[in-house]
Ligand binder design. Structure first.
Ligand SMILES: NC(=O)c1ccc[n+]([C@@H]2O[C@H](COP(=O)([O-])OP(=O)(O)OC[C@H]3O[C@@H](n4cnc5c(N)ncnc54)[C@H](O)[C@@H]3O)[C@@H](O)[C@H]2O)c1
Length: 307
């Protein structure tokens, strides 16, 4: 499999490294800054004898080198600075996404696009619009990351291993994230039997604010280790390496009573992109929060047209 990673900043370069090191695909790393992707690719290749992987990565500034990619991961664009919301990035990043998605799609007309640039849900919609690709071949990464953050925080709270924690978040990447307490387990036990309501709410809010917490600590730039791990997990699933159901920003066509909008839902990924949106048994509260999140995204996507 051939994967192009557009944007060689912190998220793009760590995602490229994880994909190559795990042997998931050959990677083309591209950026607008001359020399940056080439230097990073060389650095990654020189780690291969020590880390023991095949050095299948090239760095480039030329979209011709990305031709015939199976997957295009888009990380180009500005990250948040302290005090900024993801929405503050809308205008600046929309211009970048229009440019890079148009170029990448022209070179790889059969690719699956995995959007990462924020604001995630709206940039995923824009990527589908600009590429003209079937909607099942355009998706966004956010739910895997939000769920990983929540799983870690639950483990930390309970002194458990993160490996024993299962939890999923749906909805939007931000305030309208929808946690699913009834689906969460710790070492096979229901989470709701292990913590009280106030603790649950505190963990959910910290997850929603998870990106901002790291931005405030770093003071410059945003998170990239957990985001790049989440990208690699999606690439692995697309490559057919897993049959897991992952929370993905996907185009809904009636599932959960939601139509014609991108929002975070449980998805089975494969070589055709979103192979199936899985309909979990949500209660009325969860359903209504998911539908509200979808309507919020729809409204913001409407604002995109005015930019
Ligand atoms: N979806 C998520 O869960 C998630 C998680 C983390 C970060 N992000 C987002 O990912 C994006 C990247 O974050 P980062 O930390 O890597 O930022 P960064 O500033 O480290 O890197 C961005 C890169 O994009 C490049 N770039 C800018 N314009 C370009 C263009 N026209 N063509 C090609 N490359 C271009 C820059 O040169 C830079 O190398 C941000 O928008 C951030 O908010 C999303």
């Amino acid at each position: 499999m051939r994967v192009t990673v557009v944007g060689s900043g912190f998220v793009g370069q760590t995602a490229a490294m994880r994909i190559v090191q795990r042997g998931l695909a050959e990677v083309v790393l591209i950026d607008i800054v001359e020399g940056l992707p080439q230097g990073l690719a060389l650095d990654i290749k020189e780690s291969s004898p020590v880390e023991r992987f095949e050095p299948n990565i090239v760095g480039t500034n030329d979209y011709a080198d990305t031709a015939a990619s199976d997957v295009v991961v888009v990380t180009a664009g500005f990250p948040r600075q302290p005090g900024m919301s993801r929405m503050d990035l809308l205008g600046k990043n929309a211009a970048i996404i229009r440019d890079v998605v148009g170029r990448a799609a022209e070179q790889s007309p059969n690719a699956i696009i995995v959007m990462v640039t924020n604001p995630l849900d709206e940039m995923t919609f824009l990527a589908a619009d600009v590429s003209g690709f079937p909607k099942e071949r355009v998706m966004g990464m956010a739910g895997v990351l939000d769920s990983a953050r929540l799983r870690y925080l639950i483990a930390e709270e309970l002194g458990a291993s993160p490996l024993g924690v299962e939890a999923m978040t749906l909805g939007s990447h931000g305030e309208s994230m929808v946690p699913l307490p009834r689906q969460a387990t710790v070492d096979g036990k229901p989470l709701v039997d292990l913590v009280d309501e106030a603790t649950l709410e505190r963990l959910y809010q910290r997850t929603r604010d998870g990106g901002a917490e790291i931005v405030a600590l770093l003071k410059k730039g945003s998170a990239y280790y957990a985001p790049s791990a989440s990208i690699a997990q999606m690439v692995d699933a697309i490559a057919g390496g897993t049959d897991e159901v992952l929370p993905v920003c996907a185009w809904c066509t009636g599932q959960y009573g939601i139509n014609d909008v991108y929002v975070g839902v449980p998805v089975r990924l494969g070589s055709r992109g979103v192979e199936e949106i899985v309909e979990l048994d949500l209660n009325e509260d969860e359903l209504s929060s998911l539908r509200d999140a979808a309507e919020g995204i729809r409204k913001k996507c409407g604002d995109l047209a005015k930019l």
